[in-house]
Structure formats: structure tokens, C-alpha cells
Design a protein around this ligand. Structure first.
Ligand code: ADP
Length: 341
């Protein structure tokens, strides 16, 4: 009476293992996780397949066939999802490998760029020194008196070459920092005297713009610092120079203070201020406020980055505060720990 079911069941018996064998072969026999899942599913299917034949009535036969079909179908779904997961992982591994290669290549390119900037900047330095030197001599009258018109033209050459020297120096500093070649000459010196010297150097530039520049420091403090005076002078000059450049009118107030552990230089200006958007990137390489060129066309956006790196090498800190655009800015230079003597 059950012979009716026998033919399809025989077909299933023949094709079922073939179906799985095909699946296993097609999707790669070598992957342990896939093999284990496939083995388990085949085993379960085989058990339920055998169980089909142990029935006592038609209902039980249908039930057994149903269980076998469901098990096989679910098994197929599980294998498919395991395969998918394995494939995704393989793809991710490949991507990670490709990314690592791309990263290595980018690092090599970055290194080449730094070397190029370094070589180019070195090559620019000597002709620039000649341009600056000769234009300065012309202005001083070493080659005879100049007419007003010629004087103005040569003065422009001199000012531009001076700006270029600073830009080239910034580029050289950045490549030195990136190549880890920045050299520091540490010694003990009076920081207050250094700041005063920079303020006096910058005073004529500020006054030419009609800006008031003041310096204050609490008396009776020693202000002795263990640092590289040349590099620290560069940082202080950059901050004061910036406060002059980015302040169309008003004043610049510089204050120095010291306690037992820290020394803090504050440079407060009444200038263009810093927006909330610019603030987080202020000390990044090539970072300039969107409208920075309105107040200062010649900037490179490297000065603050170099200053930050120099201060890092001194285990010090630099940061800025501003209430927003048009509300002035305050820059801070802080030394602590062993630097403060
Ligand atoms: P540069 O002045 O050559 O552009 P810096 O690295 O010295 O480069 O400064 C980066 C940017 O920070 C400037 O372009 C300017 O937008 C902003 N900035 C620096 N100092 C001030 C300041 N005192 N007031 C307002 N903005 C400033």
C-alpha cells in the first residue's frame, strides 16, 4: 500500500547525498566551519530521511516527510548564511590587506613629499638670502642714493623677500618635524628677558598699525626656563606677530606669570577673533580661518602647527580661547615640570 511513496523516496535517497556533495564541492571543501556545518546538516537530514521509513500509518509518513523537508530546508539556509559569513570575512581580510598596502604606499609618498619640500626649501634659501641682502643694501644707499620711486619698489622687493624667507623657514621646520630631524639646544635662560626682546622687536610693527602693545609681569619672580631659547623665541614671535596681523584695531596685552610649577605667557588681542568652527583645527598643519586672507594675505597656516610641535618637544602646552569672530583672541604658552627652574 505504501509502494506509492517508494519511488519518490528512492529518488530522494539517491539525489539527496548528491545534492549535498555538489553543495560541499561548489562552495569549497576546505573551510572547516563550512564543512562542520554541512556535515551536521547532512547528518541530521540523513537521520530524518531514514526516519521517514519507520512509520505505522500514512499520517506518520507525511509527518516524517514534512520533518525531513523542513530540516533539509533549514539546513540549507544555515549553510547559506555560514557561507555568506565566511565570504564576507574573506572579503574583509582582502580589503584589510589592500588597505595595508595602500597605507604603506601613502606613507612612502608622504615621505617623498617631505623630502621634496625639504630639498626645494633648501634650494630656495640661498637665492632668497641674496635678494634680501642686496635689496637691503640698496635701501641703505650702499649703491648710491635712490629716487623715491625706486626706493619704494626696492622696499617692496625687500618686504616680499623677508616674507618668503619666513615661509621657506616654516616649510623647512615642517619637514624637519616630519622627518624627526628637529634639533633642540637646551639651556637655562630668563624667559621674561626673551619675551621683552620679542615685544620690543615687534613694537614698531604694531605701532605702525596704530595698535597699542603692553607687557606686564609680576615682579620678584625668577622666570628661569630650561628650554631651547631660539625655538621658544620663534614660538613667542609667531604668537605676537599673529596677534598684530589679525588685529585691525585696538590693543595687544602680553602677560607673564609664574607659580611653583608653571610659567604662563598670555597674549590677548582685540582682533578678528576665532570662530567655533576654526577653533578645533587651529593648530593643524595648513589650517587657516576661512577669511584669514582678508586680514593677512601671505599666511601659510604653518606657524601655529610648528609652535605646537616645538612646545610638545618641551613638554609644554599651547592653546587659544576666543568668544567668537570679531571678539578678539587669547593665546597661551605654558611651561611646566622640569622646564621651570
Ligand atoms: P598663518 O598666520 O600663516 O595663516 P598660523 O599657523 O600662524 O598661520 O595661524 C593659523 C590661523 O590661525 C591663521 O590663518 C588665522 O586664521 C588664525 N589665527 C592665528 N592667530 C590669530 C589671532 N591672534 N587672532 C585670530 N586668528 C588667529
Amino acid at each position: 500500500m505504501y509502494g506509492f511513496f517508494f519511488i519518490p523516496l528512492t529518488l530522494v535517497t539517491i539525489f539527496h547525498p548528491l545534492f549535498w556533495a555538489f553543495g560541499v564541492l561548489r562552495h569549497g571543501l576546505f573551510h572547516i566551519k563550512i564543512i562542520a556545518t554541512e556535515f551536521l546538516v547532512v547528518l541530521l537530514s540523513a537521520i530524518f530521511f531514514i526516519k521517514i521509513f519507520s512509520y505505522s500509518n500514512v499520517l506518520e509518513l507525511y509527518f516524517n516527510i514534512f520533518i525531513f523537508t523542513i530540516t533539509t530546508f533549514l539546513g540549507y539556509l544555515i549553510i547559506r548564511s555560514v557561507l555568506k559569513e565566511v565570504r564576507t570575512r574573506e572579503r574583509m581580510e582582502n580589503l584589510a590587506e589592500e588597505l595595508a598596502t595602500a597605507n604603506a604606499r601613502l606613507r612612502a609618498l608622504d615621505q617623498q613629499k617631505t623630502e621634496f619640500v625639504s630639498i626645494a626649501s633648501h634650494q630656495l634659501r640661498s637665492p632668497l638670502t641674496a635678494i634680501k641682502g642686496y635689496s637691503s643694501m640698496l635701501l641703505e644707499g650702499s649703491f648710491g642714493k635712490l629716487s623715491k620711486k625706486t626706493y619704494d619698489a626696492v622696499d617692496r622687493i625687500f618686504q616680499s623677500s623677508q616674507r618668503l624667507v619666513l615661509i621657506v623657514e616654516d616649510f623647512l621646520n615642517v619637514s624637519r618635524i616630519e622627518q624627526g630631524r628637529m634639533k633642540y639646544d637646551f639651556s637655562t635662560f630668563n624667559f621674561k628677558e626673551l619675551v621683552l626682546r620679542v615685544v620690543e622687536e615687534q613694537r614698531p610693527v604694531a605701532e605702525k598699525k596704530g595698535l597699542e602693545i603692553t607687557f606686564s609681569a609680576e615682579k620678584l619672580k625668577k622666570y628661569m626656563l630650561m628650554a631651547d631659547p631660539g625655538k621658544i623665541s620663534q614660538v613667542v614671535t609667531n604668537f605676537i606677530d599673529n596677534s598684530i596681523k589679525y588685529t585691525p584695531k585696538g590693543s595687544i596685552n602680553i602677560n607673564l606669570s609664574q607659580d611653583s610649577e608653571k610659567m604662563l605667557l598670555t597674549i590677548r588681542d582685540t582682533g578678528v577673533g576665532i570662530s567655533k568652527e576654526t577653533m578645533p583645527k587651529l593648530f593643524d598643519k595648513f589650517s587657516r580661518a576661512l577669511d584669514a586672507s582678508k586680514t593677512n594675505t601671505g599666511g601659510t597656516g604653518l606657524g601655529l602647527y610648528v609652535a605646537k610641535e616645538i612646545m610638545k618637544a618641551h613638554k609644554g602646552r599651547v592653546w587659544a580661547e576666543s568668544s567668537g569672530e570679531g571678539k578678539g583672541s587669547t593665546f597661551f604658552i605654558e611651561f611646566s615640570g622640569d622646564s621651570v627652574k
